[in-house]
Design a protein around this ligand. Structure first.
Ligand SMILES: [Zn+2]
Length: 206
C-alpha cells in the first residue's frame, strides 16, 4: 500500500515504514466509557489483559477502542536533471526497493550515502530514475546502469575523464576494486560504483 502525489513538480511517496530501523508498531486499548487506557506496547496480549481487568473492576464498562500506532515514512523521488544524477538527488531502485542519496558526482561516477550503500549498489541492475534517453553519451542500443566494480562486464562502456571506452578485459584487485583494460585508453582502476552503458544484447544474456 502506498500513495503517490505530485507537489511543485516533485514526486513524493507515502507508505508504511518497514525498514529495519523503523519505530515499532504499538497497541493500546482505551475504555470508551471513562477514557482510561492501557499502556502502549508491542505485544497485543497486554492491552487485552488490561481490558478484561478493567471490565472486572468496572462491570458497566463494555465499550473499548483499539489504538494502533504505526510508523509511516515519506520519500522524494529523484529530480530529473539534464543527464545523470546530481548531488543531493535521491535515487531509488524499484527492484530492490532501496534508496540512496548522491553525495558526489564527477563525470559519470556517483557515490551514495547510507549504511547499506554497497549492498544497495550491488543489487541495482537498473536505476529507475536514471534518464538514459537524455544522456548524450549513451550509445545506440545501450542503456545506462549503475554498477559497482564487481558487477562490471566485458563490452560495457565506461566513462573516464569525459570519454567513453569499451571494456575489453577485467582483472581482480585488492578488495572490491577491478582493473579494466579499456579499448583506446589502457588499464584503468574502477574503485566505486559508476554509471556504465550496457548493450541490450548484454542485458539479455546477463
Ligand atoms: Zn472504563
Amino acid at each position: 500500500m502506498s500513495t503517490r502525489s505530485v507537489f511543485r513538480h516533485e514526486r513524493w511517496t507515502l507508505e508504511p515504514d518497514r525498514e529495519p530501523d523503523a519505530e515499532a508498531t504499538t497497541y493500546a486499548m482505551e475504555c470508551a466509557v471513562c477514557e482510561a487506557s492501557s499502556e502502549a506496547g508491542e505485544d497485543f496480549a497486554d492491552p487485552q489483559s488490561w481490558v478484561l481487568e478493567h471490565s472486572g473492576r468496572n462491570p458497566s464498562h463494555h465499550s473499548y477502542r483499539e489504538i494502533i500506532t504505526r510508523p509511516w515514512r515519506t520519500w522524494r523521488h529523484a529530480a530529473r536533471v539534464r543527464w545523470g544524477f546530481d548531488v543531493g538527488d535521491v535515487v531509488w531502485d524499484e527492484g530492490v526497493r532501496r534508496r540512496g542519496v548522491v553525495t558526489v558526482r564527477n563525470g559519470g561516477s556517483v557515490r551514495l550515502t547510507g549504511d547499506s550503500a554497497q549492498e544497495w549498489v550491488a543489487g541495482a541492475e537498473s536505476v529507475a530514475t536514471y534518464p538514459t534517453d537524455l544522456d548524450p553519451d549513451c550509445p545506440a542500443g545501450a542503456v545506462a546502469v549503475l554498477v559497482g566494480p564487481r558487477e562490471v562486464q566485458l563490452d560495457d562502456r565506461v566513462r573516464v575523464q569525459g570519454r567513453v571506452y569499451e571494456v575489453r578485459e577485467i582483472q581482480p584487485m585488492i578488495g572490491t576494486c577491478r582493473i579494466l583494460s579499456l579499448l583506446g585508453h589502457g588499464d584503468w582502476t574502477m574503485t566505486r560504483p559508476r554509471i556504465v552503458y550496457r548493450l541490450h544484447t548484454q542485458l539479455a544474456t546477463s
